[in-house]
Design a protein around this ligand. Structure first.
Ligand code: ADP
Ligand code: ADP
Length: 226
């Protein structure tokens, strides 16, 4: 669990386009923060800078008391869940979840413990021997979340994780992810263009527009905004 702090953060892409215009944001320890706004408002760019997948052009981002600009990507305690799941197609569900831990040379017992616990929490226990193509969309998304959980990150980042699911599954997964947050109490940052998703899932919502923060507030206060 860790707070995430953005101070005057800017992003200028190599073509000269300024996508993020000096934003400030304090995300609390254990908070579920949602970034919402129309396509192109820089939700994904901001999330990717926090993840270390995109360079920061100006300002600083801190996770806990460490400035991420100075921390090598492999030492960052974050895990990201992508819209397209990004599962390894040739590996089983178990191996997909175990892979990053094997790379870290974690002892087998510990890997087994973590994968088993995550599979239980996500109701994947009966699917561990399957390959991704033998899973439904919702099951694949749960494996992607499981792969993030086993890393035991300080911060979870979600980039439109439910947008490839049908409406019914989306509602189901929203509830599952909210329950997961209540259980783990880990800081989560969640990007979506879906306002209902933002309202139902966020402790607070950060509304972005053209690379600026318009509002940051609880769903209740935003909803009652005049
Ligand atoms: P969102 O996630 O809110 O849809 P993005 O963060 O993907 O928005 O993009 C924010 C803005 O930055 C958009 O105007 C987009 O066209 C632009 N952008 C994204 N990636 C690049 C890039 N590699 N080079 C130049 N501009 C980019
Ligand atoms: P290590 O963490 O030992 O460097 P990994 O295979 O776990 O090895 O990760 C390789 C790189 O990919 C690291 O920079 C890590 O931070 C990043 N990475 C792996 N999985 C994820 C994930 N789910 N979300 C974000 N970054 C990840």
């Amino acid at each position: 669990m860790a707070k995430v702090t953005l101070k005057d953060v800017e992003k200028v892409y190599p073509n000269g386009f300024k996508a993020v215009h000096g934003i400030d944001l304090d995300i609390k320890d254990g908070e579920f923060m949602v970034f919402v706004g129309p396509s192109g408002c820089a939700k994904s760019t901001t999330l990717r800078m926090i993840a270390g997948l995109e360079s920061i052009s100006g300002g600083t981002i801190s996770i806990g008391d460490r400035v991420v600009n100075d921390v090598a990507p492999k030492d960052r305690k974050i895990a990201m869940v992508f819209q397209n799941y990004a599962l390894y197609p040739h590996m089983t569900v178990y191996d997909n979840m175990a892979f990053s831990l094997k790379m870290k040379k974690m002892p087998k017992d510990e890997i087994n413990k973590r994968v088993t616990e995550a599979a239980k929490a996500l109701e994947l226990e009966d699917l561990l021997k399957r390959k991704p193509k033998q899973l439904s969309g919702g099951q694949r998304q749960r494996v992607a979340v499981g792969r993030a959980i086993v890393r035991d990150p300080e911060v979870f980042l979600f980039d439109e994780p439910l947008s490839n699911l049908d409406a019914k599954l989306r509602v189901h997964m929203r509830v599952q992810l909210s329950q997961l947050h209540q259980k783990l109490k880990t800081t989560m940052i969640y990007v979506t263009h879906d306002q209902v998703e933002a309202m139902t899932m966020g402790d607070r919502i950060c509304v972005l527009d053209k690379g600026n923060i318009m509002q940051v507030d609880t769903p209740l206060n935003l909803y009652h905004y005049p």
